[in-house]
Design a protein around this ligand. Structure first.
Ligand code: ADP
Ligand code: MG
Length: 321
């Protein structure tokens, strides 16, 4: 079973940023109002995600780290995925690839309970003192799979990928307070806020003032958010964040559409800022394309593409603030 878990772990957890994403999504699924993320050594050495959400009852801790145990899967969830996680794969995969510790205290439970798993071997559950909510700590990622560890990039670029993942999730869930600390230094610490304020906080104030609010609706598809006029040139490809039904996505179709929309107004090699939220009926989406759930398949890709391109070009022509 350990071998199976390790192979499967590679599918879900390709690099530290993937573990970060899974843990933060779990915190959001648990109804957290504040999520604190600490990344050390590119997330290879250590990742810690602490939330104030509903917690995991002591009796379910062992189950949570067992393969394909999810408290979220219902028949309806297969069609309308309300929660971010639904496969019950993330924690077992992380537990197979790293040292994983969970400390959790649901409301009403006197103390927190701690469980640890390393290379698939599960510890006893012990009581510890901790506030309400859950902390997930991942240490020595891929220590058990040196081959995979070799494929990681530099600590600096793994750090960047982790920070991007947190920033993307923090944009997607602007109504949740987020803190990110990297190697002991606070990267950002933002309260629950509206989307414009969150974009401003995460993209930088000067940039945010130049942002143009965008809104476009066609039938039951809505796109809203903030884009930069062509003149903002400080941005890189990392200043483009797409959220589909509140889920952070890195979708080739959306990225390409954005490039096309800006093609005639921005010099080659330059990038716009864009934080865009797309709302689309779940039955027009297949989020199951990739285990990491960030790539989508649209039932009507042309409609989505043209709505996005048209909206960006119209707002660039007549900035509406
Ligand atoms: P999934 O999110 O797909 O259900 P995971 O492996 O990510 O699978 O998590 C397994 C289960 O552990 C979840 O279904 C949930 O019940 C519980 N869990 C994990 N993280 C948290 C958390 N931060 N707060 C509360 N429950 C959690
Ligand atoms: Mg999950």
């Amino acid at each position: 079973p350990a071998t199976i878990n390790r192979i499967a772990a590679g599918e879900v957890i390709e690099r530290p940023a993937a573990a970060v994403k899974e843990l933060v999504e779990n915190a959001l699924d648990a109804g957290a109002r504040r999520i604190a993320v600490r990344i050390d050594g590119g997330g290879i050495a250590r990742i810690e995600v602490t939330d104030d959400g509903g917690g995991i009852p002591e009796t379910e801790l062992a189950l949570a780290i067992t393969r394909h145990a999810t408290s979220k899967l219902t028949d309806e969830a297969l069609v309308r995925i309300a929660t971010l996680g639904f496969r019950g794969e993330a924690l077992p995969s992380i537990g197979a690839a790293a040292r994983l510790t969970l400390v959790s205290r649901p409301r009403g439970q006197d103390a927190a309970a701690r469980i640890a798993v390393a290379g698939g071997a599960v510890s006893e559950i012990t009581p510890v003192a901790a506030p309400f909510g859950t902390s997930a700590i991942v240490e020595d990622l891929f220590y058990a799979t040196p081959a995979r560890r070799k494929f990681l990039r530099s600590v600096a670029s793994e750090t960047t990928a982790c920070a991007d993942a947190v920033r993307h999730l923090a944009l997607a869930a602007a109504d949740v307070a987020f803190a990110l600390s990297i190697d002991g230094t606070t990267s950002f610490d933002v309260p629950a806020q509206d989307r414009r304020a969150r974009v401003a906080a995460l993209y930088g104030r000067g940039d945010a003032e130049a942002l143009v609010a965008l809104e476009a609706v066609r039938e039951d598809i809505t796109i809203s958010g903030f884009i930069s006029p062509a003149s903002v040139t400080r941005a890189t490809a990392r200043h483009q964040h797409m959220m589909v039904n509140a889920r952070p996505v890195r979708d080739p179709l959306l990225r390409l559409a954005l490039r096309v929309a800006y093609r005639d107004v921005i010099p080659a090699g330059r990038h716009p800022l864009a934080a865009l939220w797309l709302d689309i009926p779940p039955e027009q989406l297949d989020v199951n394309v990739h285990p990491a759930k960030s790539e989508l398949r649209f039932a009507a890709p042309d409609a989505v593409r043209s709505l996005l391109i048209g909206a960006v070009q119209r707002h660039l022509a007549t900035p509406a603030g």
